[in-house]
Write a protein that binds this ligand. Structure first.
Ligand code: IPM
Ligand code: MG
Length: 356
């Protein structure tokens, strides 16, 4: 029996998480696994209910589970709260930090059926399979922040801090992953300007010595952004600090057809956290038009990385591959396909798994 903490969150979070659970249940049924899902509040939903975006009860549940599945947090409604009560800064970031999730894996993989759904030319994206490894608990997101009044206005500060250990552990994970893939790591930084980037390069280059079969490339982030749309298939594993990884992973998602296709796994601690890379899209909340596939694929990553159930993960990926030949949510809709709602997409994928 596997215990999974479920944090639906805000906006479209609840409706996409529901579909991921539906699909995981189908996997359980097909392979005989028992999943026990327990829900808890997070983000704006938690703030509204109990006055804090990350209640202790929610944290306790996460620590007592085998893995955490999260929808998304945030929305205009909570944007003007003091920063420690906002869903992003008050819940998502501390949750990642407390669980020790220093590595965020975001696979940008194109399903064959979506080659024409991308805004890039088919030959540029066909066969694309990139893994973005984003450092997740350091850098600008967690450094000291200040806003002080000075004559004429304010002086604002965000600090970018990394230690040797923080760089080594995420880089090691990237090299290990690359070893099971196409054996290439591209470090993305801004070493021509930033001291922290220069040190990342130094540390990662030295570590590469321990991985003789893996090729290491270093690229400035501006160049990487350009290469990602020019020739994305040159990349295998993209390793980068927190902020650059946030930006480049949204960009990479678009190569796969839609931000609604990009899953993520946050690893490093005892308990992994799985969430789509996209946000809570408040304006689509409740409309049942959001694409649940990023969350369903995050469920596949949960099976793979936290529960070691590779056959279940594969079954999900194969079912999605099949279903996309016929059915599409609005974000990836193409002529000749049938438009489906969020829950119909979940039904089709779950059905395919059971039929498989
Ligand atoms: C992501 C999101 C978050 C981040 C936000 C919601 C704080 O954009 O997971 O990429 O920047 O990490
Ligand atoms: Mg982001």
């Amino acid at each position: 029996m596997y215990n999974i903490a479920v944090l639906p969150g805000d906006g479209i979070g609840p409706e996409i998480v529901e579909e991921a659970i539906k699909v995981l249940k189908a996997v359980g049924k097909r392979f005989g696994y028992e999943f026990n899902f327990t829900e808890a509040l997070v983000g704006g939903a938690a703030y509204d209910a109990v006055g804090h975006p990350l209640p202790q009860e929610t944290l306790d549940l996460c620590f007592n589970s085998d893995a955490v599945l999260l929808g998304a947090v945030g929305g205009d409604k909570w944007d003007n709260l003091p920063s420690h009560l906002r869903p992003e800064v008050g819940a998502l970031l501390p949750l990642r930090k407390k669980l020790g999730l220093f590595a965020n894996l975001r696979p940008a993989v194109i399903f064959p059926a979506l080659v024409n759904a991308s805004t890039l030319k088919p030959e540029v994206v066909e066969g694309l399979d990139i893994m973005v490894v984003r450092e997740l608990t350091g850098g600008l997101y967690f450094g000291e922040k200040k806003k002080e009044e000075i004559p004429g206005g304010y002086r604002v500060v965000d600090t970018l801090v990394y230690t040797t250990e923080e760089i080594v552990r995420v880089a090691r994970l990237a090299f290990d992953l690359a070893g099971k893939r196409r054996k290439k790591v591209t470090l993305v930084d801004k070493a021509n300007v930033l001291e922290s980037s220069r040190y990342w390069r130094e540390v990662v280059t030295e570590l590469a010595g321990e991985y003789p079969d893996i090729e290491l490339d270093c690229l400035y982030v501006d160049n990487a952004a350009m290469q990602l749309v020019k020739n994305p298939k040159q990349f295998d594993v993209l390793l980068t600090e927190n902020m650059f990884g946030d930006i480049l992973s949204d960009q990479a998602s678009q190569l796969t057809g839609s931000l609604g296709m990009l899953a993520s796994a946050s690893l490093g601690g005892k308990i992994g956290l799985y969430e789509p890379s996209h946000g809570s899209a408040p304006k689509y909340a409740g409309l049942k038009r959001a694409n649940p596939i990023a969350t369903i694929m995050s469920g596949a990553m949960l099976l793979r990385y936290s529960l070691n159930l590779e056959n279940g993960a594969r079954a999900i990926e194969e079912a999605i591959t099949e279903v996309l030949n016929k059915y599409r949510t609005k974000d990836i809709m193409e002529e000749g396909k049938q438009l489906v709602s969020t829950d119909e997409m979940g039904d089709r994928i779950a059905g395919q798994i059971l039929a498989g």
